[in-house]
Design a binder for this molecule. Sequence first.
Ligand code: ATP
Ligand code: MG
Length: 220
Amino acid sequence: MTYTGITLALSKGRIFEETLPLLAAAGITPSESPESSRKLIIGTNRDDVRLIIVRASDVPTYVQYGAADLGIAGKDVLNEHGGNGLYQPLDLQIAKCRMMVAVREGYDYAGMVKQGARIRVATKYVNAARDHFASKGVHIDLIKLYGSMELAPLVGLSDVIVDLVSSGGTLKANGLVAVEHIGDISSRLVVNQAALKLKRNLIQPVIDAFASAVAGDVPA
Ligand code: ATP
Ligand code: MG
């Protein structure tokens, strides 16, 4: 608890991988990979910067409470969290995908919507789903899931799912089709507001380096 440097919260997998070039632009190199190491606190080449590895959906929580000074989280995750207490200075343009409504092949989604039928929606993204269908004036029953949403329409748990899609390969492999685009998703830098005030000398240069890397500036 006496760490005086800055702590950046990341999730394993695509966020960690796609953040490496941004870290490099800020002069930060992790000392090990979270994929091979089981450590949850990872040092870097700088003794004033460390990384913590948390579940993607937990990143905003660590930053909100100041357990991490900064973090990187998808817009999907931030939307579900609500963003309370988080400063979001940058869209990092990484981990890009689309939030979509998908159904089983052959399901007449447009027809059901037109009829004003009540639709069963299974998703991990309950806020996004609620907002989307409310804005269309469609009545839904929401079923909260934590993963593998593609299964739900196949076994009759739901009529539709709201899920993230990149190539569409997983939908296709399960006989599903995307029928509606809810929004584009990418990951954002999130910063604890109090930490920014107290440790601006350490945090601001990281924000600036990330910003120039995203803008495609050649590092000096
Ligand atoms: P967990 O696996 O811990 O349940 P998760 O599936 O949300 O959480 P990841 O798969 O690592 O975690 O996804 C992290 C972030 O990457 C998501 O919050 C989202 O913003 C983005 N993402 C999710 N799926 C894709 C995809 N297929 N392509 C690109 N980016 C994606
Ligand atoms: Mg995942």
